[in-house]
Design a protein around this ligand. Sequence first.
Ligand SMILES: *[C@@H]1O[C@H](CO)[C@@H](O)[C@H](O)[C@H]1NC(C)=O
Length: 231
Amino acid sequence: MRAAADRSAGIVAYRILLPLFLLAVLCKPDPDLLLDYCVADTSAAAASLHLNGLPCIDPAAARAEHFATAALSRATSPSATAFGFNVTLTSPAASLPGANAQGLAIARVDLAPGGMAPPHTHPRASEVALVLAAGSGVLVGFADTSYRLYTQLLRAGEAFVFPKGMVHFLYNMDVAAPAVVLSGLNSQSPGAQLVPLSTFRTEPPMPEEILKKAFKINGQDVHRIQRNLGG
Ligand SMILES: *[C@@H]1O[C@H](CO)[C@@H](O)[C@H](O)[C@H]1NC(C)=O
């Protein structure tokens, strides 16, 4: 009796648990792309390249400066921009070579008085935004996939997390004082897609019928919004 029970326990372990374990270990998701898409280069020249991010320099030639940047120390001018915000994002190619392949980037967001980073997503990164300076506060928020909205008014020194891929915004509530936000992102290529532009300012334009039906508006509304967004 006992031996039979042991045997059947063994069978459960080998026939069921082992395959489940192997499935869990071997079936990892694909690594995340650093780009919106990656059309395969099938030329002979590309066959010898093996990359994840940018190619690397000889490690012996690395210096401390490669891991430092002053790119975020400079205020940018957001006043003349369409929404009143201007972003400086570190880039391994231009401003922070030591961050290559580390899975991170830092962004400085300058918000004009009353300025906003309109609803947008970062398809490849979670973000934590820290308000460095603000007058009456920065209103931030994101919508999850069930369309629940989370908002918070942040004062200087306060931070907020935007989960990966969620539509989110930052709005400088102060009509007189600019605001500065510093964001950490867990991709060196977070990508950004602004909702107003990805609907009303694509190239070529999204068919008018689609916009009319999606937003329950008429053709005049479509053209007005396109004009307002600089189209
Ligand atoms: C963002 O700020 C920089 C530096 O002040 C400026 O050169 C650039 O024109 C600004 N961007 C826009 C879209 O105005």
